[in-house]
Design a protein around this ligand. Structure first.
Ligand code: ADP
Length: 295
């Protein structure tokens, strides 16, 4: 079973020709409200990929919170440990321009209240086989989650996003680190993904650096690094690609599939998600992943 400890955000997405400069007003095509947040994204991706998933997190006591919770439930995520905090839900204000580039303001809202684990959380983590972590909730809770997982022999996968330097004590409790190229560079000061992965192996036993359309690079201590290509597709929105990849990867490796195989399956899931707009709404279900993987 998979437990996700992380964020939920309502993404407020507008589509414009060109993002406004300071003092400027520009027309937008439409406003879409799309459930997101890296924690929720990974939980939904894993559940749709066929995993048994529960989510520890917090939504606000507003309409966004109600919708975030029901979206998770509709995708099959167990929300018994999702708190409702007093105050607004987390939001991400996203402006997408005609070239598909984006500018984002994140307001943590309820996610900011998650600065510690609640009494029941350790038991939930202990009963899982994999814990998925990201960095959109306060670091003390991330660290507490990783430590609880370590105590109970639960495999911990960390997506180090948003990019930031990390305390050694957190990395010491992580089994698999999954940065994108930018995050790998911030963590190591090296822009070459191979060099960055090599440097990260001094701190964690396994690393996957995701490389966008170029696929990913897998490195483990004592083994030759492995590059896994991504299926060639036409991308229309890559928001949430990394989260889809991690969610699917957790499902495949949780089923005991060897890493090269699990990575190819995760790449198929992510390739499906980038062909459609919106992070969570674009995430594929297992039969579609199996089909692209087999082709
Ligand atoms: P993030 O979304 O976290 O920035 P990446 O851009 O590296 O991370 O994408 C994560 C994964 O999603 C990649 O390893 C790849 O498998 C898949 N992916 C991303 N962009 C594309 C694309 N244009 N075509 C196919 N697969 C993609």
């Amino acid at each position: 079973d998979i437990v996700v400890l992380g964020s939920t955000n309502m993404d407020l997405v507008t589509y414009v020709e060109k993002a406004p400069q300071r003092g400027e007003t520009v027309p937008g095509r439409e406003l879409r409200t799309i459930p997101g947040g890296k924690g929720a994204n990974q939980a939904i991706a894993a559940a749709r990929a066929g995993g048994t998933v529960s989510m520890i997190g917090a939504v606000g006591n507003d309409a966004f919170g109600t919708r975030l919770r029901s979206t998770l439930e509709h995708s099959g995520v167990d929300t018994d440990d999702l708190r409702t905090a007093d105050g607004p839900s987390g939001t991400a204000h996203i402006v997408v321009d005609a070239e598909g580039g984006n500018a984002i303001v994140v307001v943590p809202g309820a996610n900011g209240t998650l600065d510690h684990l609640s009494p029941g959380d350790e038991g939930v983590i202990a009963s899982a086989s994999t814990l998925l972590l990201q960095l959109e909730i306060p670091l003390p809770a991330v660290l507490a989650g990783a430590r609880a997982a370590r105590r109970h022999g639960v495999r911990t996968v960390l997506t180090p996003s948003p990019a930031q330097p990390l305390p050694g004590e957190l990395l010491a409790a992580v089994d698999l680190l999954v940065p994108n190229e930018h995050e790998a560079a911030v963590l190591t000061g090296r822009t070459d993904p191979r060099e960055a992965a090599g440097a990260l192996l001094d701190r964690v036993p396994e690393v996957v650096v995701t490389l966008g359309a170029a696929g990913c690079l897998y490195a483990a201590r004592g083994a030759e690094p492995l590059t896994v290509p991504a299926p060639e597709v036409t991308a229309v929105d890559t928001t949430g690609a990394g989260d889809t990849f991690v969610g699917a990867l957790a499902v495949a490796s949780g089923e005991g599939r060897p890493m090269p195989d699990a990575l190819r399956w995760a790449a198929a899931a992510a390739a499906l998600s980038v062909q459609r707009e919106g992070a969570t709404v674009s995430m594929p279900y297992r039969p579609e992943i199996d089909e692209l993987y087999a082709s």
